[in-house]
Design a protein. Structure first.
Length: 141
């Protein structure tokens, strides 16, 4: 029994360290102190009661955050303007796409024009860099 009391004391000591909660924490200090006194089982019951009372889920914000973190992995490379150096842009288009001279010229003149759809991030950034170096204005969508 004495060993169990020591373990409970250690567990309580770990959670009693001071944490600065700012103004909001000061406002709810007594509530926080009462929650600190609850056992894990009581805390789980409290969460269930609050979820039912207010019609919310404690897991919902976590799911939304995970969705927001996902990074886009496919891009469309779009020429917005060919700029003043159309010949260099046409050469860059031919190099990137493998198009013939006429097709590359038509693409450079009919802007905005999609150079490639669904390109991987690295490939799209490389294309954008080459086209911008040739004088074009490019956007990744």
């Amino acid at each position: 029994m004495a060993e169990e009391t020591k373990e409970e004391t250690k567990a309580t000591e770990v959670h009693e360290e001071e944490v600065d909660l700012g103004e909001a924490g000061k406002k709810y200090q007594s509530l926080i102190e009462n929650i600190e006194k609850l056992s894990v089982v009581e805390l789980a019951e409290l969460i269930k009661v609050l979820e039912k009372k207010f019609g919310v889920s404690a897991a919902a914000p976590v799911a939304a955050a995970v969705g927001a973190v996902e990074e886009k992995d496919a891009f469309n490379v779009v020429i917005k303007s060919s700029g003043d150096q159309k010949i260099n842009v046409i050469k860059a288009l031919r190099e990137i796409t493998g198009l013939g001279l006429k097709e590359a010229k038509d693409m450079s003149e009919k802007v905005p024009a999609t150079v490639k759809e669904g390109a991987k991030k690295e490939e799209a950034e490389t294309m954008k860099a080459k086209l911008e170096a040739a004088g074009a204005t490019v956007e990744l969508q």
